[in-house]
Design a protein around this ligand. Structure first.
Ligand code: G3P
Ligand code: CA
Length: 225
């Protein structure tokens, strides 16, 4: 079962920072999950919200700020907002990378960067899985490069997620863990998809979800898995 660190090891370090991703590696996570948006000058920025207000000492929408402006604002008074390249270079093939597309325009930029690391830096497709709640973006990824593994995120309905996953030949369903039970977990797996629920943090929930024999769990506390 894959232990995937949500927004880095968010339970221990400020979310979506290089420090959080290093912590996940130190905890021997099998993978890290994080979110991406584009800066105004087209760089892929690793941040959850569409603004920098909650997590940094600045204010504004990510897609209205340039990379150098974004870098001038700090997380927890000391950490920079990372770019996707910086996260790839830190991870350096040591674990699976689950990129959740949030911001408009991210599909083609992220696909291009994955292709660059595969062709120039000896990475391979097994190092990546792209997920999103925005299924149009997942369709775009599939159209751009059907070799890239896709995880269909859902917080509402497993059946519609399954139908879409079949259409785009996805690798996995990423459901809100509260949608899962033993039966639908088995059904998803029988159709050939991995089951990677989020965000499972309490000991009680972890035990319950593990008892369904899921393929992996996304958690703020990967070491608890
Ligand atoms: O990828 C699963 C999970 O991260 C989705 O929720 O809000 O943490 O991005 P959120
Ligand atoms: Ca996420």
């Amino acid at each position: 079962m894959l232990k995937i660190a949500h927004r880095g090891a968010k339970g221990y370090e400020p979310e979506n920072t290089l420090q959080a991703f290093q912590k996940a590696l130190d905890l021997n996570a099998d993978g890290i999950e994080f979110d991406v948006h584009l800066s105004s000058d087209g760089h892929i920025i690793v941040i959850h919200d569409e603004t920098i207000d909650r997590t940094t000492n600045g204010k504004g929408f990510v897609n209205t700020l340039s990379l150098s402006e974004l870098k001038s604002f700090l997380i927890a008074d000391q950490l920079e907002i990372p770019t996707l390249n910086e996260v790839f270079d830190l991870v350096d093939k040591k674990c699976l990378i689950n990129i959740e597309l949030k911001g408009i325009g991210t599909p083609h930029k992220v696909v291009a960067l994955i292709e660059e690391y595969i062709s120039d830096k000896n990475w391979n497709y097994e190092h990546f899985i792209i997920s999103s709640f925005d299924w149009n973006m997942l369709q775009e990824v599939h159209n751009l490069n059907s070799n890239i593994a896709i995880g269909v995120l859902t917080e509402e309905n497993i059946d519609t997620a399954l139908a879409f996953a079949e259409k785009i030949k996805a690798r996995a369903i990423h459901p809100d863990y509260q949608l899962l039970n033993q039966e639908n977990t088995k059904e998803i797996q029988k159709k050939g998809f991995l089951v990677l629920p989020w965000t499972v943090d309490s000991d009680e929930d972890i035990q319950k979800i593990k008892s369904y024999n899921v393929d992996g769990i996304i958690s703020d506390f990967p070491d608890k898995l």
